[in-house]
Design a binder for this molecule. Structure first.
Ligand code: FES
Length: 122
């Protein structure tokens, strides 16, 4: 049902945890299932230097969150805003159709954190 990459990122999530002094955070809750993500960002000169996440959700949500952090580290915030949940799911070698909404949690949490960063909200 799940790809090897999903199982890997679920079993060994990258960049999981909190950040002591983030430049911004973003929280997002899925209207589909009620699961949540919190994203912590460190930004320098418009580039994402560090990113961490805490996700209370299913295996697909945790794997998507982990993959999302790996994809956007080193991107400008403008580039990171272009990241879609489909790109995250594709990088995981796909998700079952009924689990695609779980990848939205990762993309929407990231976008919320960037939006807060731009608004000066920590
Ligand atoms: Fe809620 Fe997957 S079932 S994020």
């Amino acid at each position: 049902m799940y790809s090897e990459k999903v199982l890997d990122h679920f079993s060994n999530p990258r960049n999981v945890g909190e950040m002591a002094d983030p430049d911004a955070t973003g929280e997002f809750g899925s209207s589909h299932c009620g699961d949540t993500i919190k994203v912590f960002l460190k930004v320098e000169d418009g580039v994402i230097q560090d990113i961490k996440f805490k996700t209370f959700g299913c295996a697909a949500a945790i794997a998507s969150s982990s993959m999302m952090t790996e994809m956007v580290r080193g991107m400008t915030i403008e580039e990171a805003l272009q990241l879609t949940n489909e790109m995250v799911a594709e990088a995981l070698d796909g998700l079952p159709p009924e689990k695609m909404h779980c990848s939205c949690l990762a993309a929407d949490g990231l976008h919320k954190a960037i939006s807060n960063y731009r608004d000066g909200i920590r």
